[in-house]
Design a protein around this ligand. Structure first.
Ligand code: PEP
Ligand code: MG
Length: 580
């Protein structure tokens, strides 16, 4: 056996979340496929029973360890972990599994069979709370099967780790955030995939779309993740390690510098005000956003609350959650987007079977099919709007009909609220413009709402028919495509002539290559991840809106995204030359 150090491995992917991290890898293998053939027993009934018992111990111990660490940091997360613990150690389920093993099958077969039986019972329930527990059940089944296969569990992570996985669920990312995970490397995903967005929101460096990652990196390997360049280096040599350690020190210093010029309104160099707001997923992010210079919260992805408890939260829990966000925002405006569930997002937790969920019951369509969820959420928002500056936003609107129906529900809720409390507070209603249909009828929609927010992630996906989660077809320059820009231009024109604000809250707003264009197209504000606020603020201050307008007009006549990117580069180097 050789004592030689393993040689460095360099892997390339898409830079999904900026920053540098160094740490030991934890490789989360999808060890269990739903289509896998169930193995025969490895030994006699006692051996199989002991295999099951030991997998159960591994999972339960792990859950307990994580729950203990999460208890002080996130009561929500710790309650999810408690539920998981209850499933794994459930005495009835355990004895059913052991009984099935005694009939001569393997632990794997017994687990799959008994969990499936429980699953069917839950799905048959008329109570949606029980049906929603299916996700917890599935997750725990998977963990037990993983533990049986590897002797460990998939969620074994700690603060020192770099998580290497095919993909990571929003649920796990919330947990990772609490645990202080240093970086992500994922096999799948594009720049606009939710995993990438959440990583950016939490300021966790990430490289996605790294095809070979699952075979080239192993548990415990020393790994450098360069989320600025989309590069991952495994077993770095001394010089590379020193170089990155230096970058890491600079990065930490940079992040901790108190930036006195980071707050206040933002204007272009020729004096046009651009609203600068932050996108957030959880209340903890609010103080960070304001410290880094946000003037408001332009997008709260409330579905992350559903992700964190794996359930639709009660009205009281919602009020408490929204209030925490608003308290953090002081008197500044907060735009709460009602639950955008479905598709690649947070699961709706229902039993709808959809062949093509991206074109299915997602966002407002789901809420109009389950109006009691929408009503509860609006009532919770109205409660908080009594004290704070709350705006309500509808996701995935594609037709005027949907807006009219949602508005009727809002009006009914206001009437109900007035009955209960004497009066209903002011709460502006806006919509996301993120489908081509909405952009094409923006003039009609603008008359019925108080503001627009352009979701360029989905607008790009649905315009170009590229799955935002699929690194094989999506590309970071997609949103520069003239077809997307034309739809943005139509939306902005419609908003400005109706006299309503139009911001961009998709990832495009945080891209240096796109900001000049957006300002040139006339958007009145942008909402970006907290860690992008500083760069975006500096960049806007350096843009002349008048010059940017010329750039935007040229871009709208380009034929390809690459041509647009060239024009923008030319514009940027001319601007830098002019200001040098
Ligand atoms: C978007 O689609 O651009 C957007 C901001 O919404 P999300 O990324 O949450 O779908
Ligand atoms: Mg969207």
């Amino acid at each position: 056996m050789s004592d030689a150090l393993p040689s460095a491995v360099l892997l390339r992917g898409t830079a999904a979340s900026a920053g540098v991290a160094i740490g030991r890898a934890i490789v989360v293998h999808p060890v269990w496929s739903e289509d896998a053939t169930l193995p025969p027993p490895r030994g006699d009934v006692n051996t199989e029973t002991e295999r099951f018992r030991s997998a159960q111990r591994v999972v339960a111990d792990e859950l307990e360890g994580v729950a203990a660490r999460a208890r002080d940091e996130s009561p929500m997360l710790s309650s999810i972990l408690d539920t998981h613990q209850m499933i794994v150690t459930d005495p009835v389920l355990s004895s059913d599994i052991i009984e099935r093993i005694a009939s001569g099958v393997s632990s794997e077969a017994a687990i799959v069979h008994e969990f499936e039986r429980q699953r069917r019972t839950l799905l048959a329930s008329t109570n949606s709370m029980f049906r929603d527990r299916v996700h917890d059940l599935d997750h725990m089944k998977h963990q037990l099967l993983v533990a049986l296969t590897t002797g460990a569990v998939a969620m074994r992570r700690d603060g020192e780790s770099i998580v290497v996985a095919e993909t990571v669920s929003p649920h796990d990312m919330l947990a990772d955030h609490q645990l202080g995970i240093r970086a992500y490397v994922m096999k799948f995903g594009g720049i606009d995939a939710h995993a990438s967005i959440i990583a950016r929101d939490f300021g966790i460096p990430a490289v996605v779309g790294v095809q070979e990652v699952m075979t080239r990196i192993h548990d415990g390997d020393l790994v450098i993740v360069d989320g600025n360049r989309g590069v991952v280096i495994c077993h770095p040599d001394e010089t590379t390690l020193r170089h990155y350690q230096q970058l890491l020190n600079d990065q930490d210093r940079q992040r901790s510098i108190e930036q006195s010029d980071l707050t206040g309104p933002v204007h272009t160099s020729d004096g046009h005000h651009i609203a600068l707001e932050a996108n957030i997923d959880v209340p903890d992010q609010v103080p960070v956003a304001f410290r880094l210079g946000a003037n408001g919260i332009g997008l709260v992805r409330t579905e992350m609350m559903v992700a964190s408890i794996n359930d639709i939260p009660s009205t009281d829990d919602q009020i408490a959650w929204y209030r925490r966000i608003c308290q953090g925002a002081g008197g500044s405006g907060v735009t709460f987007r009602v639950f955008d569930l479905g598709s690649d997002k947070v699961d709706t937790g229902t039993s709808y079977v959809e062949d093509n969920p991206a074109l299915g019951l997602r966002g407002i369509r789901f809420l109009l099919a389950q109006t009691e969820i929408l009503r509860d959420q609006i009532m919770a928002l109205l409660h908080v709007a009594q004290e704070y500056n709350v705006r309500c936003m509808l996701p995935m609107i594609s037709t005027l009909d949907e807006l009219v129906k949602a508005r009727e529900i809002l009006d009914e809720c206001r009437a109900e609220f007035t009955r209960q409390h004497g009066r209903a507070p002011n709460m502006p209603l806006g919509i996301m413009i993120e489908t081509p249909a909405a952009a094409l009828s923006a003039d009609m929609l603008a008359e019925a709402v108080d503001f627009f927010s352009i979701g360029t992630n989905d607008l790009t996906q649905y315009t170009l028919a590229v799955d935002r989660t699929n690194g094989l077809v999506s590309d970071s320059t997609d949103s520069l495509h003239p077809s997307v820009l034309r739809l943005i231009a139509m939306t902005v024109t419609a908003a400005l002539s109706a006299g309503i604000p139009v911001t961009v809250c998709g990832e495009m707003a945080g891209q240096a290559s796109a900001l000049d264009l957006l300002v040139g197209l006339g958007v009145t504000g942008v909402s970006v991840s907290s860690f992008q606020l500083h760069d975006v603020r500096r960049r806007i201050a350096g843009i002349s809106q008048e010059r940017a307008r010329v750039l935007a007009e040229q871009a709208l006549r380009c034929r390809t995204a690459a041509e647009v990117a060239d024009r923008v580069r030319g514009f940027q180097s001319a601007s830098e030359g002019a200001s040098a």
